[in-house]
Write a protein of this length. Structure first.
Length: 243
């Protein structure tokens, strides 16, 4: 579904601070596959996501999107404030996620009961009562509740490709598995491709289908669950063996 061929990215070219962020990356990604990307600081993880999201143009190489349009790809940042508008209500943040369904929200759209019902129904799926707070500003929600709204936004946007950069990094052990399990179910049902950067290796065994390890801008390991043990100990061992 998505192919990267000889992708290279260099920052601060021809200066003493020149950095090769990505070096001849060749990867093929498929529908319904949840891929985790790990690596140390500066390994190229976030750069890789930004290239796929078209936020960065690679210096060399080619990306084959195979009929994927920009609106088919959703990028979720690790900072909640970049995923939501805190001064807006829960409903206001979520109603505009529906635009990826080919609808352009306006004032009339916002007021229509059928669209409000869609938002409420999606919130009800989480079964924590957040649907009763749709008129509350997002900034008054807890961190876990805010990320739940982000997860709901993902579902309403219904992307074909989901890119997540440390999505659950700020969540405690109560919220992280709960939200990820809900997302996993939705993603499997809708054949969505996921590329997720994480430092929480415990997620990989429970959620991941594939594991890619980056170091100094290069892919140094690429494993799938059907031929590799995704337990935390095995992932750590793989990571440190490559270090």
């Amino acid at each position: 579904m998505l192919e990267l061929k000889d992708i290279s990215v260099c920052f601060n070219k021809q200066t003493i601070n020149e950095v090769e962020a990505l070096k001849k990356i060749n990867l093929l990604f498929h529908k319904h596959e949840w891929t985790y990307i790990i690596g140390g600081n500066g390994s190229g993880k976030s750069t890789l996501l930004k290239v796929i999201n078209r936020d960065l143009i690679p210096d060399k190489g080619e990306i084959k999107y195979n009929n994927l349009k920009p609106e088919d790809i959703l990028f979720i940042d690790q900072t909640t404030i970049k995923n939501l508008i805190p001064s807006m209500t829960v409903y206001e943040n979520l109603i505009f996620a529906l635009k990826n369904s080919g609808m352009t929200p306006n004032f009339k759209f916002y007021k229509q009961k059928k669209y409000k019902k869609i938002v409420i129904n999606k919130l009800e799926e989480f079964n924590v009562g957040i649907e009763k707070r749709i008129n509350e500003q997002v900034k008054f929600l807890s961190g876990g509740e805010q990320q739940l709204i982000v997860a709901c936004r993902i579902m309403l946007s219904n992307p074909k490709v989901l890119l997540m950069d440390e999505f659950t990094s700020a969540l405690d052990q109560k919220w992280a598995p709960f939200i990820l399990d809900k997302l996993k179910t939705y993603i499997v049902e809708n054949n969505i491709m996921v590329l997720a950067v994480t430092h929480d290796y415990s997620q990989i065994n429970n959620i991941g289908d594939r594991l890619i390890v980056l170091k100094n801008g290069k892919v140094i390991a690429d494993r799938r669950k059907d031929n590799f043990d995704f337990s935390t100990n095995s992932v750590l061992k793989l990571f440190y063996e490559q270090e």
